[in-house]
Design a protein around this ligand. Sequence first.
Ligand code: SF4
Length: 681
Amino acid sequence: MIRGSDATGYPEDMTVEVNAELIAETARTRDGASVFDRLERLLPLVSKPIQYVGGEVNAVHTDWEAADVRWAIMYPDAYEVGAPNQGVQILYEVINERPDALAERTYAVWPDLEALMREHGVPQFTVDGHRPVGDFDVLGLSFSTELGYTNMLTAIDLAGIPLHAVDRTIDHPIVLAGGHAAFNPETISDFIDAAVLGDGEEAVLLITDIIKEWKLTGRPDGRIGLLQQLAKTGVVYIPQFYDVEYLPDGRIMRVTPNHAEVPWRVRKFTLMDLDAWPYPKAPLVPLAETVHERMSVEIFRGCTRGCRFCQAGMITRPVRERSITGIAEMVQNGLEKTGYEEVGLLSLSSADHSEIADVARNLADRYEDSQTSLSLPSTRVDAFNVDLANELSRNGRRSGLTFAPEGGSERMRKVINKQVTEEDLIRTVTTAYAAGWRQVKLYFMCGLPTETDDDVLQIATLAREVIKAGRAVTGRRDIKCTVSIGGFVPKPHTPFQWAAQLDHESTDSRLHKLRDAIRQDREYGKAIGLRYHDGKPGIVEGLLSRGDRRVGRVIEEVWRQGARFDGWSEHFDYERWMAAAQVGLAGTDVDVDWYTIRERQQNEVLPWDHLDSGLDSEWLWEDWQDALEEVAVDDCRWTPCFDCGVCDQMSTQIEIGPTGVVDLPMPVVSRPSFVATGGGA
Ligand code: SF4
C-alpha cells in the first residue's frame, strides 16, 4: 500500500553509514536511562514533534529495574500509522500485565529527525520511557507489509545494533519479526534473529519465559544458547540455523537445519479462545493525530471464504469468533477507558460474524441516545443487508461504505474465488443508497492471474450500473461511486503463490484504458471517481514478498542509498530499488523479473516452504488449478471441510456461534444522539 503524507522528506541523495560510535556507546550502557533530554533539544527542529513525546492515555510505565525481561515493540512506520495498530497495542498490554516484564513502543522516525539523531548521537528510542532501544532484551517488529523493511534497518542502526544478526553479541537485543509479512521472513533473514508466525499473544509470553530463564541461569552458551532455546520450541524461527542451497538455474534446491534440535519446519501460533484474550483492555489514546481515531474491537480472527489472492485470509485460518457478550464487554470497557466516540468492529470481513445482526442491534440499542457511533470497517458485498444497514444508519450519520468485489468481471471473480455476483453488488448498493448513503466505494485489483483488458474494463460497466441503481432507487442525481484499484501482488501461503505477477507496464496500460473508458462515459462518468496507483510499487512489494535470502542484499543496498518509508508515495523511489537490485543481485542467476513475473512450477522449493502456516501445499496447488479452471470453492464455515490442512495440523477448529445470547445485559447509555456509520473493504 502506498500512502500520501505531508511529512518532511529526507535529503535527496541521502546515503547511510553504519554508526559505529553509537554502536559502541549503546553496547556499554544498557541501563535504560532516558534520552529525552537529548531528544528534546532536537524536537523544535523537526516536523510533527508531538509524535515523539508519548504520553498517551493508558500508556503503561513500568519500573525498569523490576522487570526481568524488557521488550521494545516496533511498528516500522510513522507514529500516525503505527500508534493505532491493534497488534502492537495487544502485545504491549499482554507483556506489561506480567509483573516480571515490561514493554515499550517505538516507531519509525522521519528522515528529518533521523538526520539530527545521527548528528547528535541520539539512539532509536521508545516513546514510553524514551529509553534506548539497544538497552532492551528484545526488539519485536510487527510487519503488516514488506514495505516496512527499510524502516527496520534504520531503527536497528539508530539503536546501535549491528545490522547483521551474525555480528551481534550477548549485549544486543534479539531482533524478532512478527505480523503477516513475517510469514516469509527470508528476505530479511540477514537482519533478524528470529521470526514468529501467527498470533502473538501466547508467543510473546513463551519467549519472555525463555529469555527470563536464560538470564536467571547466567546466560548459558551466550547469544547462541538463547537462540537455540527459542528454536527448540518449534514455533520460533531462527534463520541462521538453516542453510539454503541453490540449483544452477537459481531455484532453491533445499533448506536444511544446521543445528541440533532445530525443527525442519517451524509452526505458526494459533490462539483459539478469543474471549480469554480481551485485549487491548485499555486502548491507547494518542495526543498526536493518527490515521484511526476510534476504539477498535476485533470481533473475530481468521477467514475461510477462500479468496485466493488474500494472504491474510489464508494464514489466519480457521475462523475464531469472539462471543457476542465478549464483544459487548470490550466495547463498554474500551469506551469507558478511552472516551472515544466511535467503535470499529474489526475483522477481515466483519459482517460475516455469525451473530453480527444481534451485535449491531444490541450496540445500537445501548448507545442510541449517546454520541457513540458504530462502524464495520470491512464488509463483504454479500453479507451486507437491509437490517444491518438500518442498524448502522440509525440516527443518521453515514460515511465510508466500502465494498470489495476485487475482480471486474464475473469470470475474474470465479478465478479469485470471490463469490460475488453483479446482482449481489447491485442489490447491496441499492440497499445502501436507499438507506441514505449517497456514496459507496468499490475496491478492485488489477493484474490478477488470467486477467485480460476486458476484465478490467468491466469495472467501468459495473460502476455505471451502480450509479444507475442508486439514481433509480433514490430519484437523485448526486449519487457517487468511487472506484479504487490496487495492483495485485501474489503472496506466499496462498494458491496464487505460484502465479506470475503482471509487469508494471501492462498494469499501467490496463489502468489507463479503464480511466479512458470512465472519462468517455458522458452519462455516468462524472459520478464515478477513480483512484489508482501505478504498477511500480507492486513490483518491489512482489520482490520482497516472494523473495529469498539473496534479496537481503538488495534491501541493504537500497537502504544505504537512502530508501525510507517505502509505503509512502512521496518517498518511494522505484529507480533506486532497481539500481539496488542490480548491485544486490550481481553475481547471481536471478533478477527482479525472475522473482516477480515468473510463474513457478509445483515442484519448485519455495523460500517459505519450511515455514508452516498449516495450509497443505497439495491443497493450495489444487486450489491454484481450480482457479485456472474458474472453479469456485465454498466457505468451510458453513459447508463440510475442504481439507486445507489447517485444522488437522494445528489441532484447531472453526469456532463460531450461535452462542444463544440475543440480548446483552448492558444498560442503555443516555447521552445526546446516537450515531451509527458503516464502512468496509
Ligand atoms: S481444515 Fe477444513 S474446516 Fe479447517 S479451515 Fe481448512 S477447510 Fe476449513
